[in-house]
Write a protein that binds this ligand. Structure first.
Ligand SMILES: [Zn+2]
Length: 404
């Protein structure tokens, strides 16, 4: 809870401050009088985290964010990514200018399942507490603190919170239509309070085996899609040991995330499929696509009869074009540097300005994000408020703050 005088910047609140005997204070700067900024980090983070927002169901948390930022005096724009269910990105700016030099951004969707907000001795648990509502809350409080202290001007910054990061990045892809051209973008994801120098690339693969059903007593009358799939996946596991590596990002890894196939033990399986995620440490996705295609086609040769081709027994789909490793700016003094193995929305937002800087930073650890024990501490949140302030000041060419 923030006292009225501490919250400052709202005309009405300011008037009450004067009435309570603060007559020796300087008058508030007139250009900021429309703002009524909260500094209640823990409460703000709690409100965000309490609202379930698994990808596809971001409407409630988006509405809460719009209401909160509006009530603080921000101008807020909703960008609909989907009408039914209603899913929208939230763009907000505290000054007169929608177009700001520095854009802070993160995502408001989470992975399933939902775990409720719980707090115990300054440790906060709950789905999204780390990924990425910790980043959303600390970015907003950091900006509010800089504005309240007069360290930045309201026209210096804007905020962008997107839907759909956890599934394909449709929110950030849509954000390209907002026509923003900031000089610097600060992306919020859990980096343990360090600056990320880059993250691995990503390539998704969907294998669909095509079988022919038959009685299991007469398997030669059919073709088992399960067997086709098992052979193909075995080949991918072997390939996974030999994919490109780099000094910066380590080895390319391959995860068989989901397998489905068949209907019963006594039926030769007609259908089977698997989804695979490749985390790319080196090179282009097209090289890895070729390697995967060759390995799978070779693996299913024994199922081909007559003039059949490998495509007749297995489809290989790449649901998106994928991307190689992403290098990220990390030139702000005073931070530890890491590289991370997860994907982000960074590749989906086109670089619209020559020399545009991109940073990746946020509280909490990716090692607990997406798990049933997602958690961080209040101390980590406050540390990130300081970290974001330092990155924003650096991006604006201003002196680092001593108290953040
Ligand atoms: Zn995230």
């Amino acid at each position: 809870m923030i006292g009225l005088c501490e919250a400052v910047l709202l005309v009405g609140a300011a008037a009450q401050c004067w009435a309570r005997g603060s007559l020796d204070q300087q008058p508030l700067r007139p250009e900021k009088t429309h703002l009524s900024l909260t500094h209640d980090l823990i409460g703000f983070h709690k409100n965000l985290t309490q609202i379930e927002s698994i990808t596809g169901n971001e409407e409630a948390v988006g509405e809460w964010l719009v209401a909160s930022l509006s009530s603080q005096g921000y101008s807020v724009e909703k960008q609909y990514v989907e009408k039914k269910p209603a899913r929208f990105n939230v763009l907000a700016w505290p000054g007169k200018e929608r177009e700001a030099k520095v854009l802070l951004s993160s995502h408001i969707d989470t992975v399933p399942p939902f775990y409720p907000y719980e707090t115990d001795n300054k440790t906060i648990h709950g789905r999204g507490s780390v990924d990425a509502k910790g980043s959303v809350a600390t970015q907003i409080i950091a900006v509010n603190k800089l504005l309240s202290a007069g360290k930045i001007s309201p026209d210096d910054v804007a905020l962008l919170y997107v839907v759909g990061e956890e599934v394909g990045g449709d929110g950030m892809r849509a954000a390209n239509d907002l026509q923003l051209s900031p000089q610097t973008i600060i992306f919020g994801e859990p980096t343990e309070g360090k600056l990320a120098a880059g993250h691995k690339g990503n390539l998704g693969v969907l294998l669909t085996a095509k079988g022919k059903a038959a009685h299991s007593g007469y398997p030669w009358l059919g073709r088992s899609a399960n067997e086709v799939l098992v052979k193909a996946l075995a080949a991918l596991m072997e390939l996974g040991q030999n994919l490109p590596e780099s000094e910066k990002y380590g080895v390319t890894t391959l995860n068989i995330g989901k397998i489905e196939g068949g209907v019963a033990a006594n039926v030769v399986a007609q259908d089977a499929s698997a989804t695979v995620a490749v985390r790319v440490a080196e090179g282009s996705p097209s090289y890895i696509k070729d390697e995967i295609t060759n390995a799978v086609h070779k693996a299913v040769q024994s199922f081909l009869e007559g003039d059949m081709k490998p495509e007749d027994v297995v489809d290989i789909d790449f649901p998106s074009s994928g991307y190689g490793p992403i290098d990220i700016d990390h030139d702000v003094p005073g931070f530890g540097i890491i590289t991370v193995n997860y994907g982000t929305d960074i590749p989906w937002l086109n670089q619209t300005v020559e020399g545009q800087k991109r940073y990746l930073y946020g509280p909490g650890s990716i090692l607990v994000a997406h798990s049933d024990h997602e958690m961080l501490t209040e101390g980590q949140l406050w540390e990130a408020v300081g970290g974001y302030q330092r990155i924003v000041l650096h991006a604006l060419g201003k002196d680092p703050c001593e108290d953040c």
